[in-house]
Write a protein that binds this ligand. Structure first.
Ligand SMILES: [Zn+2]
Length: 220
């Protein structure tokens, strides 16, 4: 009886996973949230187009100043069903502003991003991932970090951004990228081809975890 149970479990495990051409096993319909920070920029539309062509969605943590400078790209993000998050007015370090200063900065960015997109963000990501409990309390929003950093801002390299994201993709993960780099925009289509073929579903942060109460999420 024990042997039969073991065989059954093996059979179930085989059915529940897909072995891809790269040899990596993934569960089917496994959600992952790809996120893009620091924009919008001249490269954002290219990323939005790639996600739309793949029936997928991403989350864009926008800088208020950038949303004002690229209102067309900001609006295009929302028009294609992607989520917008707040990434401050000018990418300042919130921990240097004090809790009240940080809250004022995020509140101003809310207005700038809403002005460009028509949407008031429900989530935020502190620049550099730098925050603390007092800032979380003062800002009063869910602060979404990441489970994997693509290092795209350091490499500025399409091939390594593609390789890093696809090799480290996990069900339920939140991946950090930046839509201010041409190299990152150029990697989007191939990343989506690869992940989709392996059974990943690219969803927004909201689709992955909803809108949780104020706090720090996916902090490493
Ligand atoms: Zn940033």
């Amino acid at each position: 009886m024990r042997k039969i149970a073991g065989l059954l479990m093996t059979a179930v495990a085989t059915i529940a996973s897909v072995i891809t051409s790269t040899g990596v096993a993934q569960a089917e319909n496994c959600p992952i949230a790809l996120t893009y920070d620091d924009g919008p920029s001249a490269y954002t539309n290219q990323i939005v187009d790639a996600f739309a062509a793949h029936g997928s969605r991403a989350t864009f943590f926008m800088v208020g100043n950038m949303a004002q400078n690229f209102p067309g790209a900001a609006a295009n993000v929302v028009a294609h069903g992607n989520q917008v998050g707040n990434h401050s007015v000018g990418h300042g370090m919130l921990t240097s502003m004090g809790p009240q200063g940080a809250a004022a900065d995020i509140q101003q960015a809310q207005q700038m991003i809403a002005g460009a997109t028509g949407v008031v963000p429900a989530i935020m990501r502190p620049p550099y991932g730098e925050t603390n409990a007092a800032i979380v309390a003062a800002v009063g929003m869910p602060e979404i970090m990441w489970s994997y950093d693509s290092m795209d801002y350091a490499t500025h390299n399409t091939e390594s951004t593609y390789a890093n994201v696809t090799a480290n993709a996990q069900c339920g993960g939140i991946v950090l990228m930046h839509d201010i780099h041409a190299s990152t925009a150029a990697a989007a289509w191939r990343i989506l081809d690869n992940l989709q073929s392996r059974g990943f579903r690219m969803v927004t942060v909201g689709e992955l975890i909803g809108t949780p109460p104020p706090g720090m999420y996916y902090r490493q």
